[in-house]
Design a protein around this ligand. Structure first.
Ligand code: HEC
Ligand code: HEC
Length: 433
């Protein structure tokens, strides 16, 4: 046999391996609305799906009562009906997608993906936030485009990459064909099934998903050993040099121990690099003017206009790339982080803040600036964030913290120590139209 005969099969084998690799890499990248992925089965309603007790350390009792709308009082039967609907794929066009598919109780009502996958495996532009404690949100969605949980629930049902119904009534017809639901709606609302009651039942279930009872809550309640020294230092940093309380607190004057959000919107520099937001903003104006809620929902989830954030709702230039300040409970079960799921670990999140975003943009919030936190201080803030895990999720959270810690030792894609300890850069002016 000549040498050529020996070499050629090896060359072809290498070429084949390369082609397979390229296909795999291609399949793993891209994040477009049309790319298909495998549809996982709808999760079963296990113990973590049950309505939560109102007897939790840290639960704000008055506020919890105050957010129940007078026209949709909580009753155990209504909550149970809402729970059934939340897990029912029949709300979707082909029966395959339920709310719980993207808001899985085992993952603190998120899906663990950077951005969600809906009907026919379609992938959207945004990360699924937790539904736990969503009852306290002043607005719903990352850009606040829905006011109430009732308004919110209607949108995924009719969104073509989420549950895919042509209209809300199609979902009502499907549900009304089920005897069990006819009986249940009649008992709860005393009338035949209608869309408003369907949304009320779902919202009512969500209002039963309160989540406190964390080591931090016990610390605040007086158990000084409930969180360790690192978490205690982290809590102090959170309210001082790390500047987190500028947004993750109800006011800047008093420490907020409950929900860790100002209910406001800020551009903290997430995702803005990837898009020409000025051109997108011009494109979006007409759409926002139309006031068509379903069309704005499509833009937010299925197009690059997603990066415009709050601007899609207000059309105010200062709201370009602004997103809602999320609460910070159960973070170890709700990753990856930010509206586009772009950060993998809490250390990555901290690195982002520590360097003051790193890439200046004209609309960047003034409270995003270099923090000069040391590695130990970053670990301390992460320890504090970890202490906000409800006892319900203690086990998976311990595992996830260990996983993130290992990752953070070798991979710190957002770390930029020079910027973190450097001066505050000057802010560029918004581009002229
Ligand atoms: C295909 C995945 C998917 C399905 C199905 C889905 N959601 Fe969501 N949900 C998301 C994503 C993604 C967001 C964030 C979208 C945004 O902010 O633009 C979201 C946002 C929310 C929010 C807002 C939370 C907050 O903090 O602002 C609530 C509440 C919610 N969903 C409840 C539901 C309910 C109820 C259903 C079923 C009727 C449902 N979702 C179906 C993916 C999904
Ligand atoms: C200027 C306001 C502001 C400051 C200061 C701020 N945050 Fe945020 N935070 C936000 C906003 C807004 C988001 C959502 C941004 C997005 O997704 O585009 C966010 C998102 C997060 C997330 C991701 C949560 C999730 O569910 O994806 C974490 C974690 C977080 N912040 C922690 C912190 C910590 C810790 C600090 C202090 C080091 C801090 N933040 C400082 C406004 C702020």
């Amino acid at each position: 046999m000549s040498d050529g005969n020996k070499i050629m099969p090896t060359v072809w084998a290498c070429v084949a391996v390369l082609i397979i690799l390229m296909i795999l890499i291609y399949a793993g990248t891209g994040n477009t609305a049309t790319k298909a992925a495998v549809q996982p089965p709808i999760p079963k309603a296990g113990p973590l799906a049950q309505p939560r007790s109102l007897q939790q350390v840290g639960l704000p009792a008055d506020q919890t009562r105050a957010v129940i709308p007078p026209d949709n009082p909580q009753t155990p039967e209504k909550i149970a009906l809402g729970q059934k609907l939340f897990f029912d794929g029949r709300l979707s066009a082909d029966g395959s997608v339920a709310c719980a598919g993207c808001h899985n109780p085992e993952r603190a009502f998120t899906d663990g993906k950077p951005t969600s996958t809906g009907i026919h495996g379609r992938v959207g532009q945004r990360n699924a936030p937790t539904v736990l404690n969503a009852l306290y949100n002043k607005t719903q969605f990352w850009d606040g485009r829905a006011k109430t949980l009732e308004d919110q629930a209607a949108l995924p049902i009719v969104n073509s990459i989420e549950m895919g119904q042509p209209n809300l009534n199609a979902a009502v017809v499907r549900i009304a064909a089920v005897d069990e639901y006819q009986g249940a709606f009649n008992r709860v609302f005393g009338r035949p099934i209608g869309s408003a009651d369907l949304l009320r039942a779902i919202a009512s279930y969500e209002r039963a998903l309160v989540s406190f009872n964390s080591p931090f809550d016990r610390f605040i309640a007086g158990d000084k050993n409930a969180i360790d020294a690192a978490a205690q230092r982290g809590w102090d940093l959170f309210n001082t040099r790390a500047r987190c309380n500028k947004c993750h607190a109800l006011t800047e004057t008093k420490r907020d121990v409950t929900l860790f959000t100002d209910n406001d919107f800020h551009d903290i520099g997430i995702g803005i690099i990837r898009h020409n937001v000025v051109a997108l903003a011009r494109q979006a104006e007409q759409l926002v003017n139309s006031g068509d809620a379903a069309a704005i929902d499509r833009a937010a989830l299925q197009t690059d206009m997603s990066a415009l954030g709050r601007f899609l709702v207000t059309k105010k230039e200062s709201d370009i790339a602004s997103f809602k300040t999320p609460g910070l409970r159960n973070l170890l079960v709700t990753g990856p982080y930010f509206h586009d799921g772009s950060q993998v670990t809490l250390w990555d999140v901290m690195d982002h803040y520590n360097k003051g975003d790193g890439l200046q943009n004209p609309w960047l919030d003034e409270d995003i600036q270099p923090l000069a936190l040391t590695e130990r201080e970053i670990d301390d803030v992460v320890a504090f964030l970890a202490s906000l895990t409800s006892d319900d999720y203690k086990k998976p959270a311990v595992k996830e913290l260990a996983r993130q810690r290992v990752l953070s030792r070798t991979q710190r894609p957002q770390r930029d120590t020079a910027r973190a300890f450097g001066p505050k850069p000057t802010q560029p002016k918004p581009p002229q139209p």
